[in-house]
Design a protein around this ligand. Structure first.
Ligand code: UD1
Length: 333
C-alpha cells in the first residue's frame, strides 16, 4: 500500500493526525526534525493505535533528504505540517520564519512534482483572514493584512498552492484553515508541549491550574463581545485531525485546489473558557484583567458549512471535552 507522508508529524496536530490515519488503516511515514517535538511521540502513537508509523528524522527544507525519502518509499499524498508556528517569535525572527516555512513547502512540492505525487494537504490558519472583515469568516472572506510574519508565511504558501494547482490541474490540494486547536488525545499520551511560557490561552490556563504560572492575564475586557473578552473558535485537536483524514479522502477523489475552514462555527470568550475549565476539572484558575494584546481581534470564528458539505466532516467534541482532555494531558506530561 502506498503511504501518506506527514511532514512535522511528531508535533501537536501532526501526531493526532497520524493516529487518525493509522486508525483508518493508512500507512504513515513521519518526517520530523524534532525541533519542536520529541521522538517518544512515535512510541505513544504506537501505544494508542497498535501500529508503528515509519519515522525519519529529517529537515524537509533539505532537498536531498526529501528526495531520498520519496526515492525509497511509495508516497501517494503529503500532509504538510512542518513549519515554525510561534507568532511572537516570528515578529522577532522574520527571516528565519520566511526562510523555513517557505523553504519546507517549496522543497516538498518540488519533490512531489518529480515523483508525480498529486495529493497535498496544507496546514494553514484562520490568521490569514486578518482583520479584513468581521466573523464569521467563510472561505470566501478576504485574506491578507496579516499582523505577523507567521501569518504571512501561511498566506504566501496559500498563494504558492493556488498557482501550483492552476499549473498542474492533475493535482489535488486542500488548504485547511485551522481556527484555535486545543485539547489533547483522550488517552493523555499525546498533546501540546509549549516551549517556555505559553502564548496561547489554553496552555496558559492548564499551567496556571497546575501552579506553574501564578495567574492568567485576560488580555482585554472591553472588546465589543458578549462579555468584553476575546472570542475564538476553539476546536478539539482530535476533531481537527479527523478533518485531515476527510480532506485526504476528498483529495483522492478530486482535483484542483480547495480551501476549507476547520472550526466548530461557535465562538467562546476567554472568560467562558476559564469558567468551563474550572467547572469541568474542579480546579482554580486565578486570573486578572490585563490590557489588550497587540494584534488581537475581538472575534474570530468560522463559517463551517463548506467542510460539512464537501468533506462530510464536522467537529463533534464540545468545550468541556477540550478542557477535560487538556487538563488530563497537563497532569501527565
Ligand atoms: C493565535 C495566533 C494565530 C495562531 C493561533 C494558534 C495571534 C494574533 N494569533 O491565535 O495566528 O494560528 O494562535 O493557536 O497571536 N488570551 C488571554 N490570555 C493569554 C493568552 C490568550 O486572554 O494568556 C486571549 C487572547 O487575547 C485571545 C484568546 O485568548 O482573545 C485566544 O488567544 P490565543 O490562544 O493566543 O490564540 P489567537 O490569538 O486566537
Amino acid at each position: 500500500m502506498s503511504a501518506i507522508l506527514l511532514t512535522g508529524g511528531a508535533g501537536f496536530i501532526g501526531s493526532h493526525t497520524a493516529v487518525e490515519l493509522l486508525n483508518a488503516g493508512r500507512e504513515v511515514i513521519i518526517a520530523d526534525d524534532l525541533s519542536n517535538s520529541e521522538v517518544s511521540v512515535i512510541d505513544r502513537i504506537e501505544t494508542i493505535t497498535g501500529k508503528r508509523p515509519v519515522f525519519i528524522k529529517a529537515d524537509v527544507a533539505d532537498a536531498s533528504v526529501v528526495e531520498a525519502i520519496f526515492a525509497s518509499h511509495d508516497i501517494s499524498a503529503v500532509v504538510h505540517f512542518a513549519g515554525f508556528k510561534a507568532v511572537g517569535e516570528s515578529v522577532a525572527k522574520p527571516l528565519e520564519y520566511y526562510r523555513n516555512n517557505l523553504d519546507t513547502a517549496l522543497t516538498v512540492l518540488e519533490t512531489m512534482r518529480r515523483h508525480d505525487c498529486r495529493h497535498f494537504i496544507f496546514s494553514s490558519s484562520a490568521t490569514v483572514y486578518g482583520d479584513n472583515s468581521a466573523a464569521p469568516f467563510s472561505e470566501e472572506s478576504p485574506t491578507g493584512n496579516c499582523t505577523n510574519p507567521y501569518g504571512w508565511t501561511k498566506y504566501m504558501i496559500e498563494q504558492i498552492l493556488q498557482g501550483t494547482g492552476k499549473a498542474y490541474p492533475e493535482m489535488a490540494i486542500a488548504i485547511l484553515r485551522y481556527f484555535n486547536p486545543i485539547g489533547a488525545h483522550e488517552s493523555g499520551l499525546i498533546g501540546e508541549k509549549p516551549n517556555g511560557i505559553p502564548n496561547n490561552l489554553l496552555p496558559y490556563i492548564t499551567q496556571t491550574a497546575a501552579g506553574i504560572r501564578k495567574q492568567l492575564s485576560v488580555f482585554g475586557n472591553d472588546y465589543p463581545t458578549k462579555d468584553g473578552t476575546g472570542v475564538r473558535d476553539y476546536i478539539h485537536v482530535v476533531d481537527l485531525a479527523k478533518g485531515h483524514l476527510a480532506a485526504l479522502n476528498y483529495a483522492e477523489k478530486n482535483t484542483g485546489v480547495q480551501v476549507f475552514n476547520l472550526g466548530t462555527g461557535t465562538g467562546y470568550s476567554v472568560l467562558e473558557m476559564v469558567e468551563s475549565f474550572k467547572r469541568v476539572n474542579n480546579v482554580d484558575v486565578p486570573y486578572a484583567i490585563a490590557p489588550r494584546r497587540p494584534g488581537d481581534i475581538a472575534e474570530c470564528y468560522a463559517e463551517a458549512k463548506k467542510a460539512r458539505e464537501l468533506l462530510g466532516w464536522h467537529a463533534e467534541k464540545n468545550l468541556d471535552d477540550m478542557c477535560r482532555d487538556a487538563w488530563r494531558w497537563q497532569q501527565n506530561c
